[in-house]
Design a protein around this ligand. Sequence first.
Ligand SMILES: C[S@@+](CC[C@H](N)C(=O)[O-])C[C@H]1O[C@@H](n2cnc3c(N)ncnc32)[C@H](O)[C@@H]1O
Length: 230
Amino acid sequence: MLAEALGWLLTPAPWWARRRGLVGEQMALLARHRRCRAAWAPHLAACRAFLAEAASNGATDGGTGGSTVAVLGSGALLDVPLDPLAAAYGRVLLVDAVHPWRARWRAARHRGRVRLIHHDLASGLPEAAHGADLVLSVNLLSRLPDPGAHLAALADSRAAALVSDVELIESQGDVELARRDLLAGCDLALTAPRGWTWKLAPAPELYPDRDLSLRVVAGWVSRTSRRAAR
Ligand SMILES: C[S@@+](CC[C@H](N)C(=O)[O-])C[C@H]1O[C@@H](n2cnc3c(N)ncnc32)[C@H](O)[C@@H]1O
């Protein structure tokens, strides 16, 4: 609790992000990651593998480093493979409301090739991301008030890939108790989709006898995704 409070005080962030509780959410996410590290490991590994693969397939300059990748919802870089991204692209834009110190230190190792952008992604993509060769949206979509608008913005990009939690599942042992759609019925229509389960809060993290998990999907955003979003 003390570490979370200190993190809230010491993390640089714009006033609007602090006022909307996004700094507090970021600190709570990092604290839950520390407590549920083993349960989260398969999800984080699956995200990193998908994004590294998307980055190598999406590199447009044959690895010469002249291209740009934008990572939306980069946060603490728990699920983002920064080193392979920086190896495949000359410029990496990390876009989030909050960039905790963990992300700042990792970015600094890449000597100016990784830029941190504070931006409210509920209001669209930042100007710098419009010219990116590849846009990656990472576990962000379900946190935005209008997932359809974000999906349409991704579909307008040169190339875009997405990872998102889509359903919240409550279970007790092997018995599923409830399942809730997190995207208000928005059809992602991803190309080459894959999926897995994120054990977000295994008992007793939130409830003494129930587990909370998320169904996660990943894939390329297509023109069809734009039509599905509207
Ligand atoms: C579940 S976290 C993603 C995890 C992150 N990729 C990581 O590796 O730590 C969701 C991220 O979305 C960001 N976010 C939520 N709403 C946002 C908004 N309106 N604008 C910008 N970022 C936002 C949060 O700050 C957080 O970093």
